[in-house]
Design a protein around this ligand. Structure first.
Ligand code: HEC
Ligand code: HEC
Ligand code: HEC
Ligand code: HEC
Ligand code: HEC
Length: 205
């Protein structure tokens, strides 16, 4: 009886230890995990290898809050001919024929009470890679940042180090020579108002 109690206590200790360790080391929910999609679309192939520009598929990223998702017609400009007999592309061809769009599942998603706008970040020289990572190296898309309030504020408090000339926003491989000097100059050029960026009401409207 005594021995069984000791064993039980030990078991409880080990299990709670494991749970605590996992909680401490776990990444915020879903970070760096891939999501099952109707078609296993590869940014590595389409962006990294073929070199298609982000705006070809995410066409409203410069002009609206929402980046936009490609229609099937966009895929079919190539795939009506290319690899159209591959099993992997079957759901795409079916969707094209039936007219029912593919239901891409979300990878990055903020709660409803947070306001986010792509166009302003693009206009002020924040690169896609700063928030989405090296998309051109991802066979399957994953979320690379926590998207927490602390994460947003971390950049808003001092965006200088994260800014680049606008023409490099879509460039995955861009790296600055002297980040601080360039960033401080861009804060001036883009007229970035750091005080406004910490205001609760810009993200919670
Ligand atoms: C040929 C079309 C195409 C191109 C080019 C393309 N994408 Fe995508 N993108 C997609 C499709 C389709 C999805 C949905 C499937 C997925 O998540 O992989 C997607 C998803 C994403 C997502 C995740 C969306 C979410 O739910 O959070 C991000 C971020 C993204 N793309 C960024 C980029 C960036 C940055 C570039 C340029 C470097 C780019 N994409 C170029 C087609 C494209
Ligand atoms: C500009 C032409 C072009 C467009 C647009 C395009 N693809 Fe592709 N796609 C290719 C090429 C080329 C390959 C072969 C890549 C390779 O094997 O290196 C390919 C391969 C694929 C594959 C096979 C797996 C892989 O990644 O190699 C899938 C699945 C796929 N594409 C889905 C899509 C979807 C979904 C869209 C629309 C969101 C799309 N493609 C838009 C040219 C295109
Ligand atoms: C400042 C950070 C940031 C930058 C820069 C950024 N994104 Fe996003 N992106 C996000 C967030 C946050 C979401 C989730 C938005 C939501 O849930 O409302 C998102 C979502 C997306 C989506 C899913 C559709 C949507 O709009 O919700 C795509 C596609 C995407 N981003 C592509 C891009 C591309 C392409 C670029 C570069 C031109 C880019 N993003 C630059 C933070 C960023
Ligand atoms: C890597 C840097 C960076 C990150 C990360 C970032 N932002 Fe920003 N954000 C900026 C910059 C730079 C501006 C432009 C400031 C200006 O125009 O003065 C901006 C502007 C904004 C604006 C528009 C402010 C206005 O003038 O109305 C909103 C809203 C916003 N960000 C929301 C968010 C949210 C929500 C997140 C997190 C999910 C986020 N941002 C993450 C850099 C960033
Ligand atoms: C740059 C954008 C941004 C600014 C500025 C901002 N927030 Fe947030 N806030 C967020 C994001 C993103 C989330 C969602 C975080 C998540 O899902 O983990 C959030 C979540 C919250 C929540 C919910 C917390 C929870 O755990 O559910 C509260 C409350 C909140 N913010 C209050 C504030 C207050 C008060 C201010 C001003 C001092 C402020 N926020 C400024 C982006 C912002």
């Amino acid at each position: 009886m005594y021995l069984q109690l000791v064993l039980l206590a030990l078991l409880v200790l080990v299990v709670s230890g494991v749970i605590a360790w996992r909680a401490m080391t776990a990444e915020p929910n879903g970070m760096n995990e891939t999501v099952d999609q109707p078609v296993p679309f590869s940014h590595k192939h389409h962006v990294g290898d073929i070199g298609i520009d982000c705006r070809y598929c995410h066409a409203s990223v410069e002009t609206s809050a929402y980046a936009g998702m490609p229609s099937i017609a966009t895929c079919m400009t190539c795939h009506s001919q290319l690899f159209s007999d591959q099993p992997m592309l079957r759901p795409l061809i079916d969707a094209w024929q039936s007219g029912v769009p593919l239901a891409w599942r979300r990878v990055n998603q903020l709660p409803d009470f947070v306001y986010f706008d792509h166009s302003i970040h693009v206009a002020k020289g924040v690169g896609c890679a700063s928030c989405h990572g090296r998309v051109d190296r991802m066979p399957l898309m994953r979320r690379t940042q926590p998207l927490s309030m602390a994460w947003c504020l971390d950049c808003h408090r001092d965006p200088s180090l994260q800014l680049r000339p606008r023409e490099h926003v879509f460039d995955m491989a861009w790296a600055p020579h002297d980040t601080r000097a360039l960033g401080d100059a861009l804060v001036e050029t883009y007229r970035i108002d750091r005080r406004k960026l910490m205001d609760c009401s810009i993200c919670h409207r």
